[in-house]
Design a protein around this ligand. Structure first.
Ligand code: ZN
Length: 227
């Protein structure tokens, strides 16, 4: 591993369907990132010792990518504390994917309920639009369509973001949601990426992968600038 390589820990509770994600969402994200120049990713899961996020594992990563859905409440207080400390005090980046909006570490970082108004799994298409083209996370990303998705409706109870990078247009154009938002929390950065309902292969889409790669590079910036 190159000394200046961005180190990523991709975590999942592993409830995503094996037919869609044979290696898990964490495995798919790590595989994608390991194909990106200057990025090295490893995976862990809820069932691992210390729930896959030991102090050492967090010390050894610049960015933690998190996918939670049905097992949020299995994540312990100690795990939440370790993650929050790593972000706030050590500048670790945190990328929350889709249903991670209700993950305990994410809610602890946000300090709000993180609830959306509604959740509709209609399997219809979503139009994703870049609204902050100057932001590094939007680099090389243009408007695209996700063929099948679940939508979450605004309002979304999170603190005012520093930037909204992308928005999603759902329900035949009737709903607009902030689909990519960023914050600074203590010394660290947080990026929430809403697309990615686990029954559709959304994290294999090249444009989505570009956003995830850009996101990881941007999230890693805080720790690397402080180093
Ligand atoms: Zn979902």
């Amino acid at each position: 591993m190159a000394e200046d390589s961005i180190r990523v820990l991709a975590w999942s509770e592993r409830t995503e369907p094996k037919e869609v994600y044979p290696e898990g969402i964490n495995g798919a994200v790590a595989r994608l990132l390991n194909g990106c120049k200057g990025v090295t990713a490893v995976t862990s899961a809820l069932s691992d010792p210390e729930q896959g996020v030991s102090r050492k594992a967090l010390d050894d990563c610049d960015v933690l990518v998190w996918f939670g859905h049905m097992k949020h409440e299995k994540v312990s207080d100690e795990t939440v504390e370790r993650i929050v400390k790593a972000v706030k005090e050590n500048g670790m980046g945190f990328l929350g994917l889709h249903s991670t909006h209700f993950a305990r570490p994410y809610r602890a970082l946000m300090g709000t309920t993180c609830a959306w108004r509604t959740y509709v799994e209609d399997g219809k298409s979503a139009l994703i639009r870049v609204v902050s083209p100057e932001h590094p996370i939007a680099e090389g990303v243009s408007e695209f369509t996700i063929p099948q998705e679940e939508w979450y409706g605004e309002p979304y109870d999170v603190p005012e973001p520093e930037a909204v990078i992308i928005e999603g247009i759902y329900n035949d154009g009737k709903e607009v949601a902030r689909d990519g938002l960023v914050w600074t929390v203590g010394k660290g950065r947080v990026f929430y990426f809403r697309p990615g309902h686990e029954t559709y292969p959304i994290y294999f889409m090249p444009q989505v992968q570009r956003i995830l790669e850009n996101g990881v590079r941007w999230l890693a910036g805080a720790r690397r600038e402080n180093a």
